[in-house]
Every structure is written in C-alpha cells, then in structure tokens.
Design a protein around this ligand. Structure first.
Ligand code: G6P
Length: 374
C-alpha cells in the first residue's frame, strides 16, 4: 500500500505528510525508555559489534550526495558533540576528484537513500581500498551500499517514490542522531544530554504532526512567491543544513533559483544581493545561535530585506523587526533534532510552489531518483 498515492495528488506530498509515521518506523525497537533496571538508551543492532573500533577511529568521515549529504551535515554538530571523534563531511564526487585522504584508522559512513548512487558507491570502493571501516546508512535493504559495507543501519523510512527526497531526509537525520547517541553511550558526563535527546526523539513524530499543520500557511506563502526569480535561505549551526536542503527542494522541484546560505558568511558576499525585492527566509529557532541570528535579521532589515523568519512558537513578535516581515512559527524540540522540524515547512513550500508554477512534482525535468552513472 506504500506504492500508491492514497488520497494525495503527488508522491512528494504524500511522503511529506507521512513523516510522523516514517519517523516512528525509523525509531521502532531502537529506543529504550529506561526504568530502574535499564538505562534510557539507543540500540542499533547493526553497529554493536563495531562500536569499539568506531570509538577509537581517527575520524568519522560522512560521505554522500544531494539530500543525503545535507542530512549528514545536519547531524554533524551532535556527532561531534557526543562521539568525541573528529567528524568530517565529504561530497562523494569531490572526495573522488581530489582523491582525498582516507586512512585505515578512519570510519567512513556512507549515507544514501537508494544505496545505489554511483558516486557514493565509487567512494565506498575507494574507502575500502584504503582500509577504512565502512558503515552504510541506507533506506534500501539489499542495496549495493548495504551489501558492500562492513556494517550499517537501515533508516526504514519506507519506499520513497518522489524524486525529491523528503521523508528519507528526516529519517536519515534521526538515524545519525541515534548513531551519535550510541557512540557516546560510554561517556558518563553526557548522560543527561543524551537522555534529553532520547526524550526528544520519543516526542518527535508528534512535533512533526504539529508542524505539518502549517500546510495552508505555506501554500499561502507559495502564492505570494510564485512569480519570484529567486529565494535565499539563511541558516547556521544546526540549521545550516536546513538552509541548504530547503533551497535544494525549492530549486529541484519548483525550478526557482534558490540558495542556502551560511548566515555567518552573510557579510562576505550575500549581503550585496539584499534589496526590497529578493525574498529571504531566515531560520532563527531557539538554540545557541539564536542571538546571532537575531542580529542577522536586524542587519537584513536595515538593508530593507524582504524577510520571512522561521522561529520557535511564541517568538514571532520578538524576532520580527517590522510589519513587512512574515513569520513561520514552528514547534520547538531539542536543538539537534530541530532540523527535522524546520525542514518540513520548506518541503511544503517547495511542493506548493511547484504545483502553482505548473511543473512536474514527482519527476522534475533532467533529474533521476537514483543516479547510477557518473
Ligand atoms: C539524486 C536524487 C536526490 C538524492 C541524491 C542522492 O540526485 O535526485 O534526491 O538526494 O541522488 O541519492 P541517494 O539515493 O544516494 O541518497
């Protein structure tokens, strides 16, 4: 029953809306609630025999393409925080172009929805040749990446048909957050932090259900933006990846130019683009970067930027500098899980823009679900 649209008009729409369920399936059997005998913890059977090696690695190198790369980028801060191991990111084709260093002491993690992307597979072959421990994170049991890695975790998001990845993205982030929790499981000082994240994971499907209620609001926003040439998305910290992924969704399906921008780089170029016409989404939900994002909003406003601010519920009037600013208020969760919530309105915006602009939602021109050639 997964491979029909049900009452939805497009697969992408269905896949966006089924995220509370896909996330539940991703976490099923893997979260331990904890009681007087058992600690609150995460269980990933596919990694358990390799955890010692992973913890002793010189680096954790995450490798992927497109949305899968963005998912790894979203999980990077929590992986760095909890694992105690340096974490680096590689776009598969770029790693191969550079013949970048991969060592025997590295753990190389391959993130791929399909498990069949040629660039990622070639990077896997390269990492195997260099003797790294290779871990797969895929949505496809029996795929080339799950067969050829030493161990791994399936994201269990269910079949994804729309070429633009949506539910696989949020499930990948959740799996990588769980990987961070498992690797850090032997560190007593972060026990409290890990328990809060696990509580956040239990509650995440409900929060996603809540944020999906913004559907009509995002449709209204899409109507406002339908004829624009371009849309910028500013994010930083946990939500730099959200900015990249939101912009990727908008450009790949609605065929509107869109760019995700690291807000910390604003002054080094992007500020020159700001005027009263170009719409800019600024992600400013509550986390350690909130104050810095508030200052970014002020600076964009001072240059008459046309702002759409995504903020935590209740923060609308606090973050908006003027009446011309539009607000998207989203439910708040643990900082490292917030990217799962924040990407949803942007997925909805991309979807509605595409429908309004009359383009093919599930099969964007020139793109394929799985790129199996180089
Ligand atoms: C293609 C798809 C993207 C996807 C990327 C990586 O470009 O259109 O949606 O993110 O490949 O695919 P993978 O299956 O490796 O995650």
């Amino acid at each position: 029953e997964q491979i029909n649209k049900g009452h939805y008009e497009h697969y992408m729409q269905k896949e966006i809306h089924e995220q509370p369920e896909s996330l539940t399936t991703t976490m099923r059997g893997r979260l331990i609630r904890g009681d007087s005998c058992k600690a609150k913890s995460v269980l990933l059977g596919g990694l358990k025999d390799h955890l010692k090696t992973i913890r002793r690695s010189r680096r954790l190198v995450f490798i992927g393409c497109g949305t899968s790369y963005n998912a790894a980028l979203a999980a990077r801060p929590i992986l760095e925080e909890l694992s105690g191991v340096p974490v680096t990111m590689e776009i598969a084709s770029d790693l191969l172009d550079r013949q970048g260093p991969i060592y025997r002491e590295d753990t190389a993690v391959f993130v791929s929805q399909s498990g069949e992307t040629a660039d990622t597979l070639n990077a896997l072959e390269y990492a195997l040749e260099n003797g790294a421990l290779c871990v797969g994170i895929t949505n496809t049991v029996g795929s080339a990446i799950s067969r050829n890695t030493h161990c791994g975790v399936h994201i269990n998001a269910g079949c994804e048909i729309g070429v633009a990845s949506t539910k696989a993205y949020t499930s990948q982030i959740v799996v990588m957050a769980m990987v961070a929790l498992v690797i850090g499981d032997d560190t007593i000082s972060s026990k409290g932090r890990r328990e809060s994240i696990i509580d956040g994971l239990f509650d995440l499907p409900n929060k996603v259900r809540e944020v999906l209620k913004l559907d009509q609001e995002m449709k209204d926003l899409a109507k406002l933006l339908v004829s624009e040439q371009s849309l910028l998305v500013f994010g930083r910290g946990y939500n730099y990846a959200t900015a990249l992924e939101g912009a990727l969704k908008v450009k790949e399906v609605s065929l509107m130019h869109s760019e995700g921008i690291l807000a910390g780089e604003m002054k080094h170029g992007p500020l020159a683009l700001v005027d009263e016409n170009l719409p800019i989404v600024v992600i400013a939900t509550r986390d350690a970067c909130f104050t810095k994002q508030q200052s970014v909003i002020q600076q964009l406003h001072a240059r008459k930027g046309r702002l759409i601010v995504m903020c935590s519920k209740g923060d609308g009037s606090l973050v908006c500098p003027g009446e011309s600013c539009r607000v998207i208020e989203v439910p708040q969760t643990e900082d490292c899980l917030q990217p799962v919530i924040n990407v949803v309105p942007l997925q909805l915006l991309a979807y509605h823009l595409t429908v309004l602009r009359g383009y093919n939602v599930d099969q964007p021109r020139n793109l394929a679900k799985s790129v199996t050639t180089q």
